[in-house]
Design a protein around this ligand. Structure first.
Ligand SMILES: [Zn+2]
Ligand SMILES: [Zn+2]
Length: 234
């Protein structure tokens, strides 16, 4: 995939100023002096431009105060480093959920350890697990999230039930749409199911995603098109 030439956030043209100005990085929220932003005022610092995908997911989730998992997801998807498909989605799902959950419940101090644990555990889920193990990594990511925020272990009772039930709910939803795999479709479905689960099982109401319109169809040779609930006809 060729990186877009305009703004990574909104696609608009870049603007080059005569004098450096203070700008806040859209990803890490640091304020730096720069001469380049987009016509809508978006700026991404040099350090974030150089990060690898999983480091970028960590930075965005750690620094944001956002409690909508879909907004965090979109911010991460704006980076050309995130491939159409790939195991980074296994980490993205629990990372945005952990960040949104702790931001919403005003426990930001728990984010760093939660996101580090999510990264380690998501790393255990290899690419292709959906087709080879019958266990989509986006669904497992929702179980990782519930395990982290409830403190589940293999010896827990209620927390164990919740973590496994979360994975089961997301996995069933993903399975019923059929293959071939699409890491974008499965991420959308997993996050939708997680928001529903957090609401019904935990009584915590994260923002509803609203209508999701996929902008990745033309990058996916195996796109289900009209059979995908997020296909927008492009
Ligand atoms: Zn922009
Ligand atoms: Zn930055």
């Amino acid at each position: 995939m060729t990186p877009p030439s305009g703004c990574l956030i909104c696609g608009a043209d870049l603007e080059y100023l005569d004098q450096p100005e203070e700008m806040e990085c859209q990803y890490c929220k640091r304020v730096c002096k720069s001469t380049t932003w987009c016509v809508n005022g978006h700026y991404i610092c040099d350090r974030c431009h150089r990060l690898d995908t999983e480091d970028l997911i960590e930075v965005i989730c750690l620094q944001s105060t956002e409690d909508n998992p879909f907004i965090l997801m979109e911010r991460i998807f704006s980076s050309p480093r995130v491939m159409t498909h790939g195991p980074e989605h296994h980490f993205l799902v629990p990372a945005v959920l952990v960040a949104a959950f702790y931001n919403h419940t005003r426990q930001p101090g728990k984010k760093e350890l939660g996101i580090k644990n999510a990264r380690h555990r998501a790393g255990l889920v290899k690419g292709g697990s959906c087709g080879l193990l019958g266990d989509c990594g986006a669904a497992v990511g929702t179980g990782i999230f519930v395990s982290i925020v409830t403190g589940a272990t293999p010896l827990s009772r209620e927390e164990w039930r919740m973590a496994n039930l979360m994975t089961a709910r997301a996995l069933e939803k993903i399975a019923l749409h059929g293959g071939p795999r699409c890491c974008k479709r499965n991420t959308f479905l997993a996050l939708q199911e997680a928001i529903r689960f957090i609401s019904t099982e935990m009584g915590i109401h994260l923002p509803e995603p609203g209508k999701i319109s996929c902008r990745f169809s033309d990058q996916n040779r195996e796109c289900l098109k009209d059979r995908c609930p997020f296909y927008n006809g492009i």
